[in-house]
Design a protein around this ligand. Structure first.
Ligand code: FNR
Length: 374
């Protein structure tokens, strides 16, 4: 098998295993968050309240299709379908990693082909921190994204038999941040973000952090299945590693508090001078299963909410029109939920009160203590 065929096989397996995971809608930390519902919300349902922007571009809802695939014929077909769905429903979408274009220029065609299905809608281009600046410039120039996503995926790489063993990525992130004409989002791939790393990204002037936490697609499990099938080591003990999306959102709130100067900042950004940093926009993804999860993310401080596994599963099992219908239905339901929880406008979602079940309450207490915020 040549490297191209190996990559195609890897992507195919990722999609199949992620689809299987998403088919089994599991409980996750969103179930440990309750929004406080007013019995007298004094609102009425109005879908227009969802109209917002995505990095400055108009969109019909604050949730988007998050990064999944790219670079093979099968990936191009999936991205083409996702682009059409995004265009018809008016939401944003992210391509999966386009790092392959830096190694094989001909792979750009598949991304351009998919982009042609939604030439004017807001899209994100996704690379890794070591993708060469020149290749990323080319991708941004040709695909015209509203922002660039840089994924950080240490756990996935660790479990992948052929994965990267060098996790020094901050220099690459800073280089890309400085060279790019568009905002830069740094995202996880389902293992979440801790306080110190969000602080480091704030310090580096990164525009947004997509916490992409634990609770949905689990790449430790996916890569472990591949590793075992290839006779590699068994990393099943790493399943469930990382911070959940809810825990990561709590961590982001702690960074905001630390940056406002309350409490000690010694544990943040490895002692860097955090005075000049501004808090990046917070994007939530990882285990978002329904419109209530979206609303919980917004209430906990996320500006936008990304969905991968759930939407992929609908696309693969029921087709493009079913995904389009599902997204329209999520929009109606989210508008209804906003009214139900007393939010007359989208920004008011961030003011909905919430409570945490004891396990998360304990996590927050311990993180506050670790951050010197007690
Ligand atoms: C992903 N994800 C991903 N992320 C990324 O930054 N670059 C990528 O190329 C990919 N590839 C990819 C393939 C497939 C099949 C899936 C399902 C996911 C991760 C994705 O963007 C997201 O961070 C996680 O999947 C968690 O969200 P969900 O799936 O729980 O909604």
């Amino acid at each position: 098998m040549n490297p191209g065929q190996r990559m195609a096989q890897r992507k195919r397996t990722h999609i199949r295993l992620a689809d299987e995971q998403a088919a089994a809608s599991r409980s996750n930390d969103f179930d440990l968050v309750s929004l406080v519902r007013p019995a007298l919300p004094e609102t009425r349902v109005n879908q227009r309240v969802l109209l917002t922007d995505f990095f400055g571009a108009p969109v019909s809802a604050p949730f988007f299709i998050n990064a999944m695939t790219g670079g093979t014929n099968e990936a191009t077909a999936i991205n083409g379908a996702l682009c059409r769905v995004a265009r018809k429903t008016g939401i944003a979408m992210a391509f999966g990693s386009a790092d392959i274009v830096s190694k094989d220029f001909s792979r750009l065609d598949g991304f351009l082909q998919a982009r042609a299905e939604n030439p004017d809608g807001p899209v994100l281009v996704n690379v890794n921190p070591t993708t060469p600046v020149e290749s990323v410039r080319l991708l941004v120039d040709r695909l015209k994204p509203v922002a660039l996503q840089i994924h950080v995926n240490a756990v996935q790489e660790a479990v992948m038999p052929e994965g990267d063993r060098d996790f020094r990525w901050m220099d690459g992130i800073k280089r890309l941040r400085q060279a790019m004409p568009v905002p830069v989002v740094v995202k996880e791939v389902g293992f979440g973000f801790d306080v110190a790393s969000i602080g480091m990204l704030a310090q580096a002037g990164v525009d947004a952090v997509d916490v992409s936490g634990k609770g949905g697609t689990d790449f430790a499990a996916i890569e472990n299945a591949r590793s075992l099938a290839a006779g590699g080591a068994d990393f099943s003990y790493l399943q469930g590693i990382g911070a959940s999306t809810v825990q990561s959102l709590l961590n982001a709130r702690l960074v905001t508090q630390l940056m406002r100067g309350r409490g000690s900042t010694s544990r943040m950004a490895h002692g860097a001078d955090e005075q000049e940093a501004t808090m990046p926009i917070v994007i939530a993804s990882g285990g978002v299963r329904n419109p209530l999860d979206v609303l919980k993310c917004l209430a906990m401080g996320a500006r936008w909410v990304g969905v991968s596994g759930r939407f992929l599963h609908i696309l693969l099992s029921d087709g493009e029109e079913a995904l389009e219908r599902a997204i329209e239905s999520w929009k109606s339901q989210l508008a209804m939920l906003l009214a139900l929880y007393g939010a007359k406008r989208l920004p008011a979602a961030a003011r909905i009160d919430w409570t945490l079940e004891p396990r998360l309450e304990s996590y927050l207490r311990q993180m506050r203590a670790l951050c010197g915020l007690e």
